[in-house]
Ligand binder design. Structure first.
Ligand SMILES: Cc1cc2nc3c(=O)[nH]c(=O)nc-3n(C[C@H](O)[C@H](O)[C@H](O)COP(=O)(O)OP(=O)(O)OC[C@H]3O[C@@H](n4cnc5c(N)ncnc54)[C@H](O)[C@@H]3O)c2cc1C
Ligand SMILES: *[C@@H]1O[C@H](CO)[C@@H](O)[C@H](O)[C@H]1NC(C)=O
Ligand SMILES: *[C@@H]1O[C@H](CO)[C@@H](O)[C@H](O)[C@H]1NC(C)=O
Length: 509
């Protein structure tokens, strides 16, 4: 990676901590700030929204966050033998600057890294296994795939360079009214083209070989999105970045960021499920009519409703994900948008692996692979198999070999049967299963993402997931919508959907 890119990124990152910039750029405040804001959902998207709303609208506004389940949403842990393990979103890219910023602000730290090795399994045998030696890996890859591997890293790097522009735009307070405009501001027409092609088309077009796609790229899209190389090119690039080096997780569990953001932003967490949002007209003392949103919800103490100036929906409005009725809106707002979320089942097994399942003759005590990815082979029941460490790595911890009982994580499209478990494991003393409606089922050309703006002051966070689903994507969307809500509240169109920002802001760094 060129040194210069690092320093520009470092500057952008410093900028994130330097709040002065944006406030200097702020225009005149023409209106009283809003009094009450609701956020529906307390995953990383909703909690980051609360954080950025507090930053944009100040200390006086009352922010209510609705969540019927555990704070964290798709960031969740499971206890096994007194230790917690991640079952949902697990790893974060080193250049995910919002997630890094949250850690700094909340006084959290990164989990101690336990180095591991990766292998690729084709359903019969291991076709590639990482060695401890960088040069050995390099030569093996070169032997098998020529320069495809290096070129893939450069390709992902070039996408990432454009992706990083969003941090500078947001630092200067710019926001976008649709996913397409946001993507276009980052990567121009090349990002829209990438969303309109499959990853396979995009990479074949760049000269990558089909065997490289089948044996290296597909295992990565399978572990990250449970899907083949026919996902859209943009989601594919994000999946490939999710196989970079330097990935990290939060010490104590990723969901600690969510609870930390709620606490830090001084919001009221309402443990209830929102059932309906409707628009109500209200006569003010001055005789003008203003519309407010009524949020209806059901919690342990029955059902209730409250009125808000601004509402953010921070849960996907799709079948199997949530069921909120929107009434009184014209044009009507659907409870569920077209497009399906894909099931990925996380199974945690505390037991002993049958290494022969992987077709290897290595001794279990010598088998030190921690991450087994799989090719898109017919009849393959698993997407991946990994040996995982607890969310807090105790001092002196080293990952146990495959010859002893330890915690394995399996991703599969369907729940594993007892018979399938018996084929993989010699023995186990506990298993636990989470069935996620995990991420969108991606296709290309991408379906049009739902709108960010559902109504005047009713915003929707999750459309970015149709570009790519990741914690950082939700955080980027959260900041975008907090800015957008602020600019629309104060009539500042100059910082919405601006064209050619990249060139205009170049002189600013
Ligand atoms: C198995 C798996 C592995 C993953 N791995 C990674 C990874 O390694 N790295 C990465 O970056 N990303 C990963 N992801 C994706 C990442 O977890 C998600 O993109 C991210 O967590 C989405 O956050 P969110 O806040 O937008 O949505 P969610 O986390 O889904 O939050 C929505 C919240 O809204 C709540 N809600 C729903 N309906 C209502 C209602 N009616 N009223 C009130 N609240 C409601 C839900 O209970 C939920 O808590 C993974 C996802 C899965 C499932
Ligand atoms: C896809 O292509 C269509 C037309 O070919 C274009 O209008 C659109 O902006 C492109 N991008 C996305 C993300 O849909
Ligand atoms: C381990 O897996 C191999 C290969 O699938 C199988 O032949 C063998 O019976 C399994 N061992 C046990 C003890 O189940």
């Amino acid at each position: 990676m060129p040194k210069m890119m690092i320093s520009v990124r470092a500057l952008v990152f410093l900028g994130l901590c330097h709040a002065g910039w944006r406030s200097l750029a702020s225009g005149p405040e023409l209106r009283d700030p809003p009094k009450r804001i609701a956020v529906i959902g307390a995953g990383i998207g909703g909690t980051a929204t609360a954080y950025f709303l507090r930053q944009e609208f100040g200390a006086a506004v009352k922010i209510d966050v609705f969540e019927p389940g555990t704070v964290g949403g798709r960031l969740a842990t499971q206890n096994i033998g007194g230790h917690e393990y991640e079952t949902g979103g697990a790893v974060i890219h080193p250049l995910n600057l919002h997630m890094k910023h949250f850690l700094d602000r909340l006084g959290l730290s990164q989990r101690t890294d336990v180095p591991g090795k990766m292998a690729i399994f084709d359903g019969k045998e291991i076709i590639f296994e990482e060695s401890d030696w960088f040069i050995v890996n390099f030569l093996r890859l070169l032997w098998r795939y020529g320069f495809n591997f290096l070129r893939m890293q450069m390709w992902v790097e070039s996408v990432l360079d454009k992706f990083m522009r969003i941090y500078q735009y947001q630092q200067f307070g710019y926001s976008f009214t649709s996913v397409e405009k946001l993507l276009h501001a980052m990567g121009g027409d090349s990002f829209l083209t990438l969303s309109n092609q499959t990853l396979e088309e995009a990479m074949l077009g760049e000269g990558f070989s089909q065997s490289f796609l089948n044996e290296v790229v597909a295992p990565i899209t399978r572990v990250n999105y449970g899907q083949s190389v026919r996902i859209s090119g943009f989601a594919g690039a994000v999946a490939l970045a999710g196989a970079d080096s330097g990935l990290w997780a939060v010490d104590g569990g990723n969901k600690k960021v969510c609870s930390g953001l709620l606490y830090h932003s001084k919001v009221d967490l309402i443990q209830a499920r929102v059932t309906a949002v409707s628009v109500k007209q209200r006569q003010s003392k001055a005789g003008t009519t203003a519309s407010l949103y009524e949020v209806n919800y059901v919690g342990d103490s029955g059902s209730a409703h409250s009125l808000y100036d601004i509402v953010f929906v921070a849960t996907p409005l799709h079948q199997g994900k949530s069921d909120v009725a929107f009434s009184g809106f014209s044009p009507p707002i659907p409870s569920q948008y077209p497009g399906r979320y894909l099931q990925t089942v996380t199974t945690l097994v505390h037991g002993r692996l049958n290494v022969s399942y992987l077709g290897t003759s290595e001794k279990p005590s010598a088998f030190s692979v921690s991450e087994v990815l799989t090719t898109d082979a017919k009849g393959s029941v698993i997407n991946s198999l990994s040996s995982i460490d607890p969310v807090h790595v105790p001092p002196g911890y080293s990952r146990p070999p495959a010859s002893v009982d330890k915690v394995w994580k399996v991703f599969s499209p369907q729940p594993l049967s007892q018979q399938q478990l018996r084929a993989m494991f010699l023995s186990w003393d506990s298993t636990s299963e989470v069935k996620w409606q995990a991420y969108p089922s991606y296709s290309a050309p991408s379906r049009a993402a739902p709108p960010f703006i559902l109504h005047d002051r009713l915003y929707y966070l999750s459309p970015v997931e149709w570009a790519a689903s990741a914690m950082e994507m939700s955080a980027i969307s959260a900041r975008n919508l907090a800015l957008l809500a602020h600019h629309r509240w104060h009539y500042q169109p100059g910082r919405m959907d601006q064209e050619d920002l990249h060139t205009r802001l170049r002189g600013e760094l």
